[in-house]
Design a binder for this molecule. Structure first.
Ligand code: NAP
Ligand code: ZN
Ligand code: ZN
Length: 347
């Protein structure tokens, strides 16, 4: 074990503080990553505040990690010292269940090992990316193309893949009308990726305050969900709706926006249930679905897709001392469009 600098939540109610955490010694199939940037995902906030249930404290979160590989274990073949590497929301899985065997390890039937607040193979609690170094099994490490701006690469490891995966699965592309609900970290990546896939994209945001940005990211239309006229104007319109909202939404209103055989996919993860009136599903034979991150192979595909097309998140880089303020701004929907911690400020 070795000790590294980190930021941790002491409890669900206290601010995050600077501290140190332990990392395991490098195993034969592990790589050591010197972390350079870590994104702040709304899931980090849900987790440390206990929104989704109790977690072990002190806890270091962060699952949008990018840095350089500085050491590799003896049996590592996929990565080399000096490579730019990324780590997302999971760091292992059982590798044997039917979902793992077909390359859907994010849906591991035994539960994938989450990057933080999970149980690692040595029985310890996993600790996330708000820290200077991390040790990860090489199979769960991504190659991050050098053409992606360094600080912008981090949020792709969660916000990027979590939106790419359902857009790809539900065939966003030419001729498809896609709506993105919520223009935050996930939402702005959903807009950029769906537009790059060739879909006609509409943003559904609480207000029109970020309209210019939404259109710049590739949306063709932009509506305010606080205006009830929006739900009249857009009735029966969309093939696919990606809901990224971190709080409950009125399902009947949003389902009513789907055209025949349309699907509303929730990637937003409010702690409360989202009640679905079945009659809203009967009309137009609509579907309501969920989606969780993406596989490692699909994450690599997303990174390469974005690198080829010059797509990257819009980020605000902050120092370690600004993380608690950033949390408050995310909670107030005042994020443009992802906070990224400069990990050099932790060294
Ligand atoms: P975020 O940056 O805070 O974006 C969420 C956006 O939702 C806000 O910017 C805001 O957009 C809108 N919003 C927030 N509160 C709202 C409310 N009360 N009513 C209506 N709209 C509201 O969060 P994020 O990091 O993108 O994460 C979004 C959600 O996805 C979180 O719940 C997170 O835990 C979850 N998540 C899920 C997965 C997965 O695998 N399924 C992965 C990552 C994250 P506007 O200002 O445009 O309205
Ligand atoms: Zn996340
Ligand atoms: Zn499995």
């Amino acid at each position: 074990m070795f000790t590294v600098n980190a930021i941790a939540a002491p409890s669900a109610t206290e601010p995050l503080v600077r501290t140190t955490i332990e990392r395991r010694d490098l195993g034969p199939r592990d790589v050591l990553i010197e972390i350079r940037y870590a994104g702040i995902c709304h899931s980090d906030i849900h987790t440390v505040r206990g929104d989704w249930g109790s977690v072990p404290y002190p806890l270091t979160v962060g699952h949008e990690i990018v840095g350089r590989i500085t050491e590799v274990g003896a049996d590592v073949t996929r990565h080399a010292v000096g490579d730019r590497a990324g780590v997302g929301c999971m760091v292992n899985s059982c590798r044997e269940c039917e979902n793992c065997r077909i390359g859907n390890e994010q849906y591991c039937l035994k539960g994938n090992t989450q990057t933080y607040a999970g149980v690692d193979r040595d029985g310890t609690v996993t600790q996330g990316g708000y820290s200077t170094h991390v040790v990860v099994d090489e199979d769960f490490v991504l190659r991050v193309p050098e053409s992606i701006p360094y600080e912008a690469a981090a949020p792709m490891l969660c916000a990027g893949i979590t939106t790419y995966s359902p857009l790809a699965h539900w065939n966003a592309g030419p001729g498809k009308k896609v709506a993105v609900v919520g223009l935050g970290g996930l939402g702005h990546m959903a807009v950029k990726i769906a537009a790059a896939m060739g879909a006609e994209v509409t943003v559904l945001s609480q207000t029109l305050g970020k309209k210019d940005d939404g259109l710049r990211f590739g949306a063709e239309h932009y509506y305010a969900t606080k205006d009830p006229a929006t739900f009249e104007a857009l009735k029966n319109s969309f093939d696919l709706i990606i809901n990224t909202v971190s709080a409950p939404i009125d399902m009947a209103s949003y389902l009513g926006l789907l055209r025949l055989d349309g699907t509303l996919v929730s990637v937003g993860a409010p702690p409360e249930p989202l009640p679905v009136p079945v009659f809203a599903l009967f009309g137009n034979r609509r579907s309501f679905a969920g989606s969780s991150i993406g596989s490692i192979a699909e994450t690599q595909e997303m990174l390469d897709f974005c690198a080829e097309r010059g797509i990257a998140p819009e980020v605000e880089v902050i120092g370690a001392e600004a993380v608690n303020d950033a949390y408050e701004r995310v909670l107030a929907s005042d994020v443009r469009y992802r906070f990224v911690i400069d990990i050099d400020t932790l060294r």
